[in-house]
Design a protein around this ligand. Structure first.
Ligand code: FAD
Length: 108
């Protein structure tokens, strides 16, 4: 079976980075593709517990694919749900913090 921690870190990197660089004003086609990507995860993610809980969370909290600001926040909140479940620290979901981590790097 896959290493759930390595898989998780890699998947979060992919998802948060993709959200950080998602357009400010996506086309309907880009929005539809992002919804497909998110909705595919609970069906395909090779950690069945993770997939099941994530699927439930996404059902209760529908993806905000309106633009990179909304998507970055939505995804950060979903990641915080997993953090809470695993007893990990919550992340500050302000755009400043998500961009610093996943787009711009720390400012000095
Ligand atoms: P990770 O949680 O992998 O985070 C990587 C980095 O992201 C952190 O170092 C931090 O810089 C940044 N970060 C942290 N929180 C946020 C946030 N809220 N927003 C933006 N950036 C953030 N593991 C399980 O054991 N059980 C599960 O049910 C489970 N479900 C998962 C569901 C999904 C959809 C995914 C992608 C992963 C899941 N995982 C699950 C894996 C788990 O979330 C972690 O990836 C894994 O435990 C490794 O944790 P980590 O401490 O290295 O940091």
């Amino acid at each position: 079976p896959p290493d759930v921690e390595v898989l998780g870190r890699s998947t979060w990197t992919f998802l948060h980075t993709t959200a950080a660089y998602y357009p400010e004003k996506p086309t309907p086609h880009q929005r539809a593709n992002m919804i497909s990507l998110i909705r595919a995860l609970p069906l395909l993610y090779p950690c069945s517990n993770c997939a099941l809980d994530f699927g439930e969370d996404v059902k209760v909290n529908p993806p905000d694919v309106s633009g990179r600001v909304g998507l970055s926040r939505w995804l950060c909140e979903r990641h915080n749900e997993v953090n809470a479940k695993l007893g990990k620290e919550r992340f500050d979901c302000s755009l400043e913090k998500t961009d610093e981590r996943w787009k711009d790097g720390p400012r000095d």
